[in-house]
Ligand binder design. Structure first.
Ligand SMILES: [Zn+2]
Length: 285
């Protein structure tokens, strides 16, 4: 599933292609979006802003409509110049938004809804900017309070909860636990104040490091970007533990372990030596 950093980069890229330019076309396979467009044509409007909110992307149109989309597991947004060959088959297209130069194409986007400022405000699934690790308005103190309030949850599950910290997905979950030396199966209630605060800080730092400006003002059509949490420039050494089951820990050499965790059965990776379960914690980690 795309995590907050991926959505952030996608929104930035789409913004570069669409913001401030008059829209020349809008197409969708979703009847509700088509109906909205029939009633309030998007053609002729401009895109004022494209923003990421956790794993949601919001596209603000000059007529007041806000398109909120969520990619879940398989959705993708691509940008193409007119005439450029699409990288995914046409039948997977759900939404096309175009101006004279570019097309933003949503493939297999499973959730796409038109909002107004008011309905957006009321929609509790879409994170507020102050909860979003990548937002300039992120409020770390409030996030720490929310994290600490999840005392009975495991650290890994609390990190995935988008109402605690918006933007962390399964890869960052394991990486954040590793860089803090925290066993992912500990309950949040066993964290010291320092450990909890450090967890929030490192979550913000790791996500931000993955959205650093790398392409200037150029508009790039979509290409996968290597996510990195280590300081190693070798692309095969970009993550500490995620996806490395059985491989040696980059710090201590111990074999990385892997286990299915939580109600959603998400996979967790950790180093048993660098991330020990503290004395008194009776969970088998
Ligand atoms: Zn280790």
């Amino acid at each position: 599933m795309p995590e907050g950093d991926t959505i952030f980069r996608t929104a930035r890229n789409i913004g570069r292609a669409l913001i401030g330019k008059v829209l020349t076309g809008f197409y969708s396979t979703y009847p509700r979006l088509t109906r909205f467009n029939d009633d309030t044509p998007l053609t002729g409007q401009t895109v004022d802003q494209v923003e990421a909110r956790g794993k949601w992307m919001l596209m603000h149109f000059s007529g007041g409509g806000i398109l909120a989309s969520h990619l879940l597991m398989n959705g993708r947004w691509h940008i193409y110049r007119h005439g450029e060959r699409w990288q995914l088959p046409r039948f997977q297209m759900r939404i096309v938004i175009e101006n004279a130069q570019y097309q933003a194409v949503g493939f297999r986007v499973p959730v796409a809804e038109m909002h107004t400022t008011r309905t957006l405000e009321r929609d509790l699934r879409i994170p507020r900017p102050e909860n979003d690790l990548l937002s300039a308005d992120f409020d770390a103190a409030a996030a720490l309070e929310r994290l600490v309030s999840r005392g009975g949850d495991t650290i890994a599950d609390a990190l995935l909860d988008q109402s605690v910290l918006a933007g962390v997905g399964n890869v960052f979950k394991s990486e954040i636990c590793f860089v803090n030396g925290l066993n992912p199966f500990r309950s949040v209630g066993t964290l010291t104040c320092d450990e909890a605060a450090q967890t929030v800080r490192s979550a913000q730092r790791l996500l931000r490091a993955n959205v650093l400006e790398d392409s200037g003002d150029l508009i790039v059509t979509y290409r996968g970007q290597q996510r990195r949490t280590t300081h190693n420039s070798d692309p095969t050494a970009s993550l500490w533990v995620y996806g490395r089951h059985g491989e040696p820990c980059r710090r201590c050499g111990e074999a990385i372990r892997r286990r299915i965790q939580g109600d959603d059965a998400r996979v967790t990776f950790w180093c048993p030596r660098c991330q020990p379960m503290p004395d008194g914690c009776d969970v088998d980690g």
